[in-house]
Structures are given as C-alpha cells and as structure tokens.
Design a protein around this ligand. Sequence first.
Ligand code: SF4
Ligand code: FE
Length: 484
Amino acid sequence: MALMTKEEYIESLRKLKTKVYMFGELVENPVDHPIIRPSINSVAMTYDLAHNPEYQDLMTATSNLTGEKVNRFCHLHQSTDDLVKKVKMQRMLGQKTGACFQRCVGMDAFNAIYSTTFEIDKEHGTKYHENFLKYMKEVQEKDWTVDGAMTDPKGDRSLSPSKQEDPDLFVHVVERREDGIVIRGAKAHQTGSINSHEHLIMPTIAMGPDDKDYAVSFAVPTDADGIFMIYGRQSCDTRKMEENASMDLGNSEFGGQEALVVFDDVFVPNDRIFLNGETEFAGMMVERFAGYHRQSYGGCKVGVGDVLIGAAALASEYNGVPKASHIKDKLIEMMHLNETLYSCGIACSAEGFKTEAGNYQIDLLLANVCKQNVTRFPYEITRLAEDIAGGLMVTMPSEKDFNSPVVGDICKKYFKGASNIPTMERMKVLRLIENLTLGTAAVGYRTESLHGAGSPQAQRVMIWRQGNLEFKKDLAKKIAKVNI
Ligand code: SF4
Ligand code: FE
C-alpha cells in the first residue's frame, strides 16, 4: 500500500483507538466529529493529490530506501531539487485547503532524525540509524501520517529539564528495561496529532549532562497504551457544530488542528529508540528539525496567503471598488510580502547541502530568515485584508438570518454591495476573510506564523549564530584598511 487513497487514509484512522478529550469528555468517534473532521479533510488532501497526475511531480518521489514511489511527505530529500519541490508542494496545498494540512511535521522530523542518528552512531557506535532506517521503510510502505513532536510544556523557562519542580514538564525516561524504555511527560501544540498514525518524538532544546533522561527520541503508535490527547480549541470552533451554518464558517471543508499529547508511562521497544541519553546530540536534532520546519513555513503560509489575497481582491470587487488606486496598492503590497516569504523558502532550499547521512538539509541561516519574516508579514497581509474587506466581516448577521423568512430579505437588501453581485456571495467571501484572520484558520495563519516552528527569538538566536559576523567584520576592515 505504498500510496494510500484519501478514503483509505480516513478508514485507517477509524481503525486506531485514538484517545482524545474535548470539552472535558472523551470523544467517541473523532473521525466524524464536526470540529475535528475539517482537519482530517486537510490531511486527506495530501493523499488525494498524490494520485492526481497533475501533481505527481510535487506530491510523490522515489524512495532512496526502497526505490519505490512514495508520498513526498514520507520522503528523505535527495537533492536541492527535492527541497524546492517540498516548498512548492506546501504552497500548492495551502492554496487548496486554506488551512494547515499537518503532515509536514512528520516529514521534517524524518529528515532531521535520519541525519542526526547517522552522526550519533558514528560517535557512539549505537544502532539508532539502523533502527530509524527500519522505521522509515515501514512509514513509507504504510504511507503513514506521523506527528513529528518537539515542543514540551517547558514549565519555568529559566530552568533546564532536570531542574524543573515537576519532572514531567519535559518528556523523559522513567524506567529503563531490558527490552526498552518507559516514557512520561507531554508534548504541547501538536499539529495533526489526532489525525496521525504515529508519533515521532524529539527533544525540545539542547541539553546538558544532567538531562540524560530527557535526551530521548522514539516512535510510538498514536493509540499506544498510555497516550491520550486533549484537543486545542480554536476561535469560533463551535460554529462547526451548528446546523445550517456552513457560510458562517468561511471555510467549511478544511481546517487545522493542535492538541496536548500526554504520555502516561508509555513503553517504547528498543528498535524504536533513536536517541537515549546522548545529550550532546539533542541540540543537533532540534536545530535540524526547526530548520526544516522554518523552511516549510515559506511554503504553506504562502499558499494560505494566496487564498487571503484572492479573498481580499474579491471583497474589493464585491464592494464595488476594484479600481480604487489605494486598493490596488494594498493588493500589490500583500503580494510583495507573500512572494518575499516564498523567495526565502525557495532560497534556503536551493542553497541546501548533503548531510553525512546522504539526505539534503536546507541552509540554516536562510531558513531562519524565512521564518523570521513569517513572524511578521502574515500580520501585515492580514491587516491589509481586513482594511480592504471592511468592518462587515466582523459585524454581519448569521447565515440563518440571511435565510430567515422574517429578516432574510432585509439582510440581503442592506448588505448588498455591487449591484451585479448577489449579497450571499459577498458574505461568503467576507466570512472566509474572517476565518483566515480571526477564526479557526487564524490559529494556523496568524499565531502559528509567530510561534510555530519556534518563536521569533529562537530564529534571532540562530541568525546570530549562523550570520558569520567575524567574516563581515574582516570585509569591512579590509576595505577601510584597518590595521588591528
Ligand atoms: Fe505544514 Fe504549515 Fe501546518 Fe506546519 S503549519 S504542519 S508547515 S501546513
Ligand atoms: Fe506548524
């Protein structure tokens, strides 16, 4: 089953005994839950388009492990061309879903762990890379969606993992057995965790010798004993539970998803361990995963940005002012900002290089610049979209009012814009802008742009480290003829 269909993917989720809580209760059937289902539809798109001849080149690749055709989300990048195609694929999927399609965290974890385990084994004579190769073959064969999980709850940010008052605030080993390890802790903000077949865990920060039990990487099935999730709610989420309110959703078909994933003494067998106590390699794994995921944002956020720019342009037409020069200028600015993000995503990919293990890594400096821009530009694009849309996007009545026999005609009369545009069509576009800027998709487009793949300061630390300031000082000295 090297390439699952969309239907097979959804059925495969039904077979898992995933334990998820929402509003304080265990969800009986996550797959058909109205709040969860749109996020499953987004992941399903990554399966569906892999079968579409038009998107073969972007959505699939040839595995270096088996020679088989695999979904690009399960691929180990073999060239800078692969890295570029990854970004293009993410932009295209953002355009089709207008949401987070969740599967990138796994892809980014695969590539970071593949190269890091190779280097750990070289240093320590361990078998982590061999374990990981076996695991990757299974991932590719079964076409799994995998939650690449990094972010721990972290407690007091000034303290290292082993110094926290509560030892569970970072995922850690609580028991070492002959046949494996037992894990306790949690991972927060986990994108797509409920829609994943597997969880692939990495440490969240560089660690010192005292943090041995916290320097751990491993893979477990999503429904393994001891794992459960608590759904992260999103702005306007309960609209999805209302009847006859699909217009009010703005994007009724697709969405993103984040959750807290709890590991309550979960057993991991030896052959699924990829790091276990080699603290000096925790930082390398973190840096590489974060680098790949910062590249990812130069694709997915740009695709969602394309949808938002399109919606703003439509809103201006439906408002009757498509030719106003200030509107045109605002749309130009939005496109300029969006394409700048894309340029960074492409640049860090084109400047990628081969790791010791053989897969390709992005240029870390440019990937961090990419993500630093992502922490800013979507906010400005959002501001401009709201400016063009007008206040109605947050004051308009519900779909039920528009369809009401009592006030429906009044709503349609007073909310009409350009005379050739039916009022309801205008409302749909305004609701989409609301969804992207303030509603459920805003999690992925706004706040996730700030904090996802690391908050702004994390990129600034990397830019400082990768920026090669000494080289730049030497350039200046040479030209100024400084003699010290
Ligand atoms: Fe992929 Fe973007 Fe979602 Fe991260 S935020 S999983 S890169 S779509
Ligand atoms: Fe993310």
